[in-house]
Design a protein around this ligand. Structure first.
Ligand SMILES: Nc1ncnc2c1ncn2[C@@H]1O[C@H](COP(=O)(O)OP(=O)(O)OP(=O)(O)O)[C@@H](O)[C@H]1O
Ligand SMILES: Cc1ncc(C[n+]2csc(CCOP(=O)(O)O)c2C)c(N)n1
Ligand SMILES: [Mg+2]
Length: 320
């Protein structure tokens, strides 16, 4: 199958699964044409997933299709945007129809649920790698940015952290199925972009990032030139993760493993965690407070905790 039959068979039906009136030209031209409605700002983001770097070899293709879109939707969520459309670049070692069908199905399930239209892309042969470039809309001037935190503001996180990192450790070490890690594997393979929360945060005028590299690393990205005091015992971890790793192990993963795609945000002023969007069951937890100077301290019951692992970086700490 050449790339044109592949586009007709897999990408065009995916593009037809959602339609937006702002999309003037979708798949089929040299470029897509999208009209930004008056009074709206357009948010653009891009994330690449490379085999062996972002996902293990033999990742189930259905999950990979979902995940490639989900990590981009998570960036739209962190900005407070409503999803509109995306482009998709797929580099494949070979054109396996069963692999492609499962990949397209996984991506379609999330695209339809979150109402985001595939408007174009690129299909090439080479080492397996997926890039999605997503666009979203929000009322002009209302984007949720990084920075913007004041001393005394609360630092909050959605959901629970560490399970995706645990799933990766497990995939590294074992290939026999184990029901105890099913929930963790599901979280790694099918991240849930927190779109409703991100859009709700626009109103609060706070700052947000999604947790892709790890809590401590992404907190640095969120605060820019402020610091933070974090409460080790407040880090939200699931019961399932605690039973796999113990409370300390679970908190270590929560502090430094990435891949969870929760939202980490600043809530202005003191007080308890906000309740979140109306009707939402997603828990929000206060994990610390913004401080004046730079640097993050992690306070445990017996004083401050030093963690070697801070989060994921490409190219490590090596400099020429
Ligand atoms: N090759 C590049 N060219 C231009 N800008 C880039 C490039 N790579 C990254 N950036 C920009 O640098 C900033 C930080 O990028 P980063 O990838 O860390 O953000 P992110 O997408 O939120 O994180 P993650 O990829 O872990 O989800 C973003 O504004 C991003 O658009
Ligand atoms: C096989 C495998 N090994 C390690 C990891 C961990 N990992 C890789 S990239 C990244 C940060 C987000 O990437 P980016 O900043 O490029 O968006 C994290 C936490 C993984 N997901 N899969
Ligand atoms: Mg991000």
């Amino acid at each position: 199958m050449d790339e044109f039959s592949l586009i007709d068979r897999f990408w065009k039906p995916l593009g037809d699964a959602v339609t937006h009136s702002e999309v003037i030209e979708g798949i089929g031209n040299d470029g897509a044409v999208v009209r930004c409605p008056p009074g709206q700002d357009q948010v653009m983001t891009m994330d690449t997933l490379v085999e062996g770097v972002h996902f293990p070899r033999d990742m189930p293709p259905h999950a990979l299709g979902w995940r490639a879109l989900a990590v981009n939707l998570s960036d739209l969520a962190a900005m407070g945007a409503q999803p509109l459309c995306f482009t998709l670049s797929v580099t494949l070692p070979e054109a396996s129809t069963s692999w492609l069908a499962a990949f397209a199905d996984g991506m379609k399930a999330l695209a339809v649920r979150e109402n985001i239209q595939l408007v174009g892309g690129d299909t090439t042969r080479g080492p397996l790698s997926i890039t999605v470039q997503a666009q979203g809309l929000l009322p002009a001037g209302s984007a949720v940015r990084r920075g913007n935190a004041q001393p005394g503001d609360r630092i909050c996180v959605s959901g629970s952290l560490g399970e995706a990192g645990e799933a990766l450790n497990w995939l590294d070490e074992s290939d026999t199925p184990d029901p105890a890690v099913d929930t963790a594997l599901q979280r790694y393979r099918y991240p849930e972009p927190r779109l409703a929360l991100g859009q709700w945060l626009r109103e609060a005028g706070s700052a947000a990032v999604d947790v892709s590299d790890g809590l401590l690393a992404d907190l640095g990205h969120l605060l820019v030139d402020r610091g933070a005091r974090l409460d080790w015992q407040a880090l939200p971890v699931s019961d399932g993760l605690v039973s796999l790793r113990g409370l300390e192990g679970a908190r270590r993963l929560a502090a430094s493993a990435g891949d969870d795609y929760e939202l980490l945000f600043v809530w202005p002023g003191g007080g308890p965690a906000p309740s979140g969007p109306k009707g939402s069951a997603l828990p929000l937890t206060v994990i610390g407070t913004v401080t004046e100077g730079a640097g993050v301290t992690l306070n445990g019951p017996e004083g401050s905790i030093q963690l070697e692992e801070q989060g994921y970086t490409h190219f490590g700490g090596h400099h020429d």
